[in-house]
Design a protein around this ligand. Structure first.
Ligand SMILES: [Zn+2]
Length: 243
């Protein structure tokens, strides 16, 4: 079970399409949206962390809550518990969906440039190996809707974080950078799939911080192991299901 929430044009921060813990409005309203998301996807409950553009990753287990829970400060969540819907929020940053083909565990990460450069993807892969004994070769990864390489111009300090020598601002493709890191870490290249959707330039309307600034809401990307199944995903990535 994987997806990202839809956004109608004009639905900005504070709207029903905003899942941001800081932008979405009153905490009870935001919590209600997460409860609805869990129930609409047939999951027992959802968990989301307070994102800080870091590399810390938490584990959610079957006792993490009911309805919806904010489980701490982190930019990623892993679980092996069925029925727990992991969620991360994004509005240009990359939601990174990581699934064990054997159906044993999943990870969902929020990767902006800081997290990507800081190694959140590699950290997620290490955690899955340490905690669940699942190796990079067992995984499939989907790099979800986020700002594209043409729309994302960044300064030299960001480029340096990716070991790029630059005299001035240049464009950066975060999904390409993350895909390279995944393959270098041992995930088979044919199982690292990149969304073609850009939060800023389309083809579908999504929340974009670059496009809307402080008015931007946040999508919830979500991923969960469906209760009562032990289904593995299609290795080619065709098992990904959006919207
Ligand atoms: Zn774009």
């Amino acid at each position: 079970m994987a997806g990202i929430t839809a956004v109608e044009p004009g639905a900005d921060a504070g709207s029903e399409a905003d899942f941001g813990l800081n932008t979405g409005g009153s905490p009870p309203d935001v919590e209600r949206r997460y409860r609805m998301l869990a129930s609409a996807t047939g999951m027992h409950y959802s968990v989301v962390a307070r994102q800080v553009h870091g590399t810390h990753i938490l584990e959610a287990d079957a006792s993490s809550g009911s309805g919806s829970s904010v489980i701490g400060e982190a930019d990623g969540v892993v679980t092996s518990a069925r029925g727990v819907l992991l969620a991360v929020t994004a509005a240009d940053c990359v939601p990174v969906f990581i699934v064990d083909l054997g159906g044993r565990c999943i990870a969902l990460l929020h990767a902006g440039w800081r997290g990507a450069a800081g190694g959140i993807l590699e950290g997620g892969l290490s955690l899955l190996a340490d905690r669940f004994g699942v190796q990079p070769g067992d995984l499939t990864i989907y790099l979800g809707p986020s700002i594209c390489g043409s729309c994302y111009e960044v300064g030299v300090e960001v480029l340096r974080a990716f070991r790029r020598d630059a005299a001035g601002p240049e464009r950066l493709d975060l999904r390409a950078e993350l895909a390279e890191k995944a393959v270098e870490s041992g995930v088979p290249a044919e199982r690292v799939v990149r969304s073609q959707w850009c939060t800023r330039c389309g083809p579908v309307h999504l929340h974009s911080h670059r496009a809307r600034g402080e008015k931007a809401g946040r999508m919830a990307a979500f991923l969960g192991l469906v209760p009562g199944t032990q289904r593995a995903l299609d290795p080619g990535g065709a098992g990904w299901e959006l919207r």
